[in-house]
Design a protein. Sequence first.
Length: 322
Amino acid sequence: MKGIVLVGALVLAGGASAVALPADFPAKAITFVVPFPAGGRTDVVCRIVANGLSKEIKKPVVVLNRPGAGGVLGAREVAEASPDGYTLGCFSSASVSAQYTVPTPISLSEFKLISVVNTDPAAVAVQYSAPYSSLKELIEAARSSPGKLRLGTIPGASAEVFAAGLLLGAGVNMIQVPFKGDSDGAIALAGNHIDAHVAVPVSYQSLVAAKKVKILAVASDERSAFYGMLPTFKENGVDLSISAFHGIFAPNRTSPAILSRLANAIEATMNSSDVKESMNRMDAGWANISGEKADAFLQKQNITYKNIITQLKLNEPQQDRK
């Protein structure tokens, strides 16, 4: 990445257990620990995958919600579980940012990433009648009027990192207006109370359909038919690729044989028509990334999140940021 200085790297290594793969694995129910409350986006995505995986392996896959401490409590439970493949974590991109923003973080080096099952790139939207037809035009307007345009975001959430990454990558300054959730900010955008807003594309779906807002670009590596072939940040001069995502993780000591068996089962699960349709219904970006590609994806996201959070001191209280 040229526009973002690469600092640090995620090391998904460690001594794997010598436990061999039992012939009948899995022989009992598998537990997905979700470190957030039931009903949220992470919970819904994880339940779709759990239901599909249960059909694939012919064994129950139970979702266990363990919210608290920004996702750290549930993550800790997985890290300390027996590395036998029966307790897995279904974590979101919050697991990356939490390493740098919570008082007692847990490192992703304590886990093995099995598969990435969902990715949703950051997106920038403006009011439908706004005079900007591209992200490049919005950036030019911000550059000509520094500190004047209002950008909606959510403090402490991925959206704040998205917004900070946009401003850092574009080299511009906007007034960041805080909202409690994506929907609040999107509605404010439609009402012309702010000039731009950063979230994931699904946050704007109904307002785009109603011609209240328009998405200018997404922070993906390339255009995707899933997002209507929208232009990327990079096409608009902002060298940033960043996503909200969900992945399935195992304790770091889990043997390669068990990890391989699980990765194959999850790959088959994600390729099933039922799972694809369920993901589409909730407008979750379908993904099926495992092995070295998954490790590379996570490392890249970790580097990007860490760089943005530390450079702009998003891990400090507002009054301490300078």
